[in-house]
Structures are given as structure tokens and as C-alpha cells.
Design a protein around this ligand. Structure first.
Ligand SMILES: Nc1ncnc2c1ncn2[C@@H]1O[C@H](COP(=O)(O)OP(=O)(O)OP(=O)(O)O)[C@@H](O)[C@H]1O
Length: 543
């Protein structure tokens, strides 16, 4: 049984595994802060030297350009390393989530919709990546920058430092108000974009029905409404975006102007607060413009951190879901292939599906399950395959509790064919082997020959190595491929769920013939109203 891990643990272990990258990232962040602070100080020296009428040394000029170059390099190293670091974390998280997904107890999927699971892999993991690229590290760097700038300004022009400190709360509140409104507009815009992009495939999917029923106007109206919502939301985002920067620039210019007015006022009581040389004035102007940028960023970063914390909680909830117990199943001596004993089962607590079901099937026996629609026939199959655990009673396969049989053994025990053929991307051979290295090319060919599909496959451009496409096979041939897939691992039991339901009489005949040759020597349980009834198979009513 796998031990549950938390998001924080995954992040820490990924950071430790990439120790050089982690240390490099921290060094680049610190380097970017320090190198950004130095140029105004060097500029101050240059201007003071010039205004004092002294000669400007080449060293000072080179130092100025050198430090600007270093600041640029440190900033670009910071950006690149943070993004690589964030991507490594994302990779580790998705890797862990994918492992978890494959170990999840099948019962979890009754509560979790596919959309919810996908959103953890995509949206939530992205918010955690943003935590590194723009969130917590950016916030620490910005705080560091503001404090360092304030410390320098305190030494150079204490009056200006006090002015900035007095302005920070107002600016912070203004930034947050704008950002909250902008976020709401962005959420609306994203929701509208999602419904616009979902709308097109949905319309295409049922385009024939739309034409048949003459509902084109209705579809167009719905589409127009969705794009109008998106347009309105984007307009709001643009408005807040265009208001924010000018306000900050005006405040920054007003502070600079006020400082110089006070500095030039000649008032002796203001001199120790605002008095400064020409060089210091140049440095101070540069610092004023630098201090507003991190202030603006911090508001955004708080937002990022908040959504990342929500993302971390959601990923942790997913990682804590219960897993299938794939331990070894103890075997009881039994000459029965399948034994279902007084089983009760419900997907959700208040809706029983199977009640007190018992069924014994001997090795090599062929049994057909019948019953009204919704009686629980397919559910019984899932219990036989050990995908769910019954709430009461036992389901045993060759004397072993079905839900305790390890996944690695299942393919040699059961072959299951359903009403529809599900094809992962891959070649025809891979559709049969399902990427199982233990099933060879020869096994795949043997299985296809058994179902009578070999000739059709050999007629394809690259035979068994042709990439599978629905266009290569008819529906009946796809069912033959499904049977080949089921028998390729030579399982002892075949489970057939309404496999000829969608076929015409002639194709059904071919599929049944293929099945008869595939069924030889195996236990066969089928859900069908026709399949084995006339062929002497035992019939069992469910429900
Ligand atoms: N994953 C699921 N989560 C919750 N309920 C489910 C799930 N799968 C099936 N059910 C419910 O279990 C009941 C039995 O379904 P099941 O598919 O086993 O019936 P069936 O006898 O095979 O029906 P049919 O002959 O129509 O295929 C139905 O009421 C169905 O709504």
C-alpha cells in the first residue's frame, strides 16, 4: 500500500532533489535585489563629482555600466531559474497525481466527476507553479526590495522615507481594490471563454439534430450571449488596467515634485529632512520609481498566494483519497471458478443496487445473466473484476476475494468485452496487447486470427503496426478487436457485457462465431438477451 504524501512534501523533496537549482534560484533572487539597489548610488557619486567640477574617472563610469549590466543579468537569471524551478515542481506534482489516479479506489469515481479530477491536474497545479514564479518568492523579493530602498532613502533623505511610509497603506488599499475588481472581471472573462469554447464542440456534436429540428437561431443566440458576456468582462479588465498605472505614475511624480519643492524651500527646519545634493536627488528619483513597482506587485502576489493555498488544499484532498488495496489475496480451496455469496452492493449509501445476490459458476461453464434494465448486471461484472468491494457478502474468483486480487494478475484471470470498444492512442498491435510487454506480437496475431480479424488487419497499410483509427474498422470489427484484446493474455474467465447489442444480425453472427472459438475451455459469463440462450448456456436472472 502506497503512503499518502502531501503537496508540501512533494515540493520539498523536489527542491532537495534539484538542490543545485534551488540554491541557484535563491542566489539569483538575492542577487537581483542587491544589484538593483546599487546603480542609483553609483549615479549619485557620478553626479556629485560632476557638480563639484571634478574629473570623472573611467573606473566610476565603468562601474556604473558594469553594475547595470550585472543587475540585468541577475534579473534575467532570476526569471529563468524561477520558471525552471516552478516547472520542476509542477512536473513532480503531476507525476505524483498521475500515480495517485491509477491507484485510486474505483469507488472514488462515483463521487468525483472527470471535470473535477482534470481541474486538480491542470488549474490547481498551475496555481502552485505560480506560487514560485510570481507568488511567494516574488513577494519575499519585493518586500526585501522595499525595505532595502527605504533603508537607503532613510539615510539619504529621511523626509522622503517618511512620506513613502505614510503613503504605503493608501497605495496598498487602492491596489487591492483595483485588483479585486480586476480579478472578478478576469474570472467572468474566463468563465465566458470556457463556455464559448465548450459551445462550439457541443454544437458540432449535435449539428445534424440542430439542422433537422431547425434550431440554428437558438444556437446562434446562445453563442452570441456567451461572446457578449466575454466582451463585457474583458472591457472591465481593460478599464481597471488603464486606470491603475496612470494613478501610480501621478502619485510617484507628485511625491518627487513635493520632495524637491520642500528641498528647495530653504527652510532650515526642513533641511535635515529633505536637503540633498544634486547627486542624491538623482538617486532619490530613481528609488522613488523603484519603490512603487514592488508595491504594485505585492498586491498581485498576495492574490497568487491565496489561490495557490486553495490549490494546495485541493491537491492534498485528492492525494488523501483512499487507494485500492492491491495486496495479495489469500486463496481458499475451491473448485468453483466464480462464487458470489449473499452480496449487497450500493454505489451511494441510500440507493441499493444488488441485494442478497448469490451465484456459483463452475470452471468451464457458460452462464448468461439476464434481468430488467438497471437491475445491476454490469455492476455485478465490476464486482467480479474486483473494481468495487461489496458492502455485505463475498465475491470469490477461484477461491480468492476478487477485490484483493493484485492488478498484475487480473489480465490473466479475466478478459472483459464491453458494448463499446475504447481505444487508447496506439497501433493495432497495441490495441490488442494494451502495451503489456508480456503479450508478444505473436500473441496479438494469434488472438486476431482466433477472432477472424487477421486478414482485415493484414490489408491495412502497415498491418499490425498501423496506427488505430476508427475509420479502419466497422463497429462489428471493433468488437472483434475487443475480443482479441480480451483473449490475448489467455485469461481463464471471459466477461461479455452486451457485446452484440449495437450490431446487425449478420455482423452479430460473425462476432458470435469468433466468440465461440475464443470461449473454448474458458468460463464465460455474458450479459445478453440472446447470446448463449440457445447454445445451452445456463441462464441466471439478476434483480
Ligand atoms: N458509477 C455509478 N455510480 C452510481 N450509480 C451507478 C453507477 N453505475 C451504475 N449505477 C446505477 O446502478 C444501477 C444498476 O446499473 P447497471 O449498469 O449495473 O444495470 P444493468 O442491469 O447492467 O442495466 P442495463 O441492462 O440497462 O445495462 C443503475 O440504477 C445505475 O444508475
Amino acid at each position: 500500500m502506497h503512503k499518502n504524501v502531501s503537496t508540501v512534501r512533494i515540493i520539498l523533496s523536489s527542491a532537495l532533489k534539484n538542490a543545485v537549482l534551488s540554491i541557484g534560484t535563491v542566489a539569483a533572487v538575492a542577487g537581483a535585489i542587491v544589484t538593483a539597489l546599487i546603480p542609483p548610488l553609483v549615479l549619485e557619486r557620478i553626479v556629485n563629482t560632476l557638480t563639484e567640477g571634478k574629473r570623472l574617472g573611467i573606473m566610476l563610469v565603468s562601474a556604473y555600466f558594469g553594475i547595470i549590466l550585472m543587475a540585468g543579468l541577475a534579473e534575467s537569471a532570476r526569471e529563468s531559474l524561477l520558471s525552471v524551478f516552478g516547472q520542476r515542481i509542477t512536473r513532480s506534482l503531476r507525476h505524483e497525481l498521475c500515480g495517485k489516479l491509477s491507484r485510486l479506489d474505483t469507488g472514488c469515481f462515483v463521487q468525483q466527476t472527470p471535470g473535477e479530477i482534470v481541474s486538480r491536474f491542470v488549474g490547481d497545479v498551475d496555481t502552485v507553479e505560480n506560487l514560485f514564479t510570481g507568488g511567494i518568492i516574488g513577494m519575499t523579493a519585493d518586500f526585501g526590495k522595499i525595505i532595502s530602498i527605504l533603508a537607503i532613502v532613510f539615510i539619504k533623505a529621511p523626509g522622503l522615507a517618511w512620506m513613502i511610509i505614510a503613503l504605503i497603506p493608501a497605495l496598498y488599499i487602492f491596489t487591492r481594490v483595483i485588483q479585486k475588481r480586476m480579478l472578478r472581471a478576469q474570472m467572468d472573462s474566463r468563465a465566458a471563454a470556457a463556455s464559448v469554447s465548450g459551445f462550439l464542440p457541443e454544437t458540432l456534436h449535435c449539428i445534424r439534430t440542430v439542422h433537422l429540428l431547425g434550431r440554428e437561431g437558438f444556437m446562434r443566440k446562445r453563442y452570441d450571449e456567451a461572446i457578449e458576456e466575454g466582451y463585457q468582462a474583458t472591457e472591465r479588465t481593460n478599464f481597471y488596467d488603464s486606470v491603475y498605472s496612470p494613478v501610480i505614475l501621478i502619485v510617484s511624480a507628485a511625491v518627487t515634485a513635493l520632495v524637491f519643492v520642500l528641498s528647495a524651500s530653504g527652510n532650515p527646519s526642513l533641511r535635515h529632512l529633505f536637503g540633498m545634493s544634486a547627486g542624491t536627488a538623482v538617486a532619490v528619483i530613481s528609488y522613488i520609481s523603484q519603490v512603487f513597482t514592488p508595491l504594485e506587485s505585492i498586491g498581485m502576489e498576495i492574490q497568487t498566494v491565496q489561490s495557490a493555498v486553495a490549490g494546495v488544499h485541493r491537491i492534498d484532498d485528492f492525494l488523501a483519497l483512499s487507494e485500492r488495496d492491491t495486496g495479495s489475496a489469500a486463496a481458499e480451496k475451491s473448485d468453483l471458478s466464480i462464487s458470489v455469496n449473499e452480496v449487497d452492493f450500493a454505489y451511494t449509501a441510500d440507493t441499493p443496487v444488488l441485494e442478497n445476490i448469490s451465484l456459483n459458476i463452475r470452471e468451464g461453464e457458460h452462464v448468461t445473466l439476464t434481468g430488467r434494465t438497471g437491475a445491476g448486471k454490469s455492476t455485478l461484472f465490476k464486482l467480479l473484476m474486483g473494481l468495487y468491494r461489496p458492502q455485505k457478502g463475498s465475491v470469490r474468483i477461484m477461491g480468492r476475494e476478487a477485490s484483493d486480487i493484485p492488478d498484475s494478475e487480473k489480465r490473466h484471470l479475466f478478459g472483459c468485452v464491453e458494448q463499446h470498444f475504447y481505444a487508447p492512442p496506439g497501433t493495432i498491435e497495441e490495441q490488442i496487447t494494451l502495451f503489456d510487454p508480456e503479450i508478444t506480437y505473436d500473441d496479438a496475431v494469434k488472438a486476431a486470427k482466433l477472432t477472424g480479424l487477421h486478414a482485415a488487419i493484414m490489408a491495412l497499410p502497415e498491418n499490425y503496426k498501423t496506427m488505430f483509427s476508427e475509420a479502419h474498422f466497422s463497429q462489428g470489427q471493433r468488437q472483434l478487436l475487443a475480443i482479441a484484446r480480451a483473449v490475448a493474455a489467455d485469461p481463464k474467465i471471459l466477461l461479455l457485457d452486451e457485446i452484440t447489442a449495437d450490431l446487425d444480425a449478420e455482423t452479430e453472427h460473425c462476432v458470435l462465431a469468433a466468440l465461440r472459438s475464443a470461449a473454448g475451455g474458458r468460463t464465460v459469463v455474458s450479459i445478453s438477451h440472446r447470446l448463449y440462450e440457445e447454445k445451452g448456456s445456463r441462464r441466471v436472472e439478476i434483480g
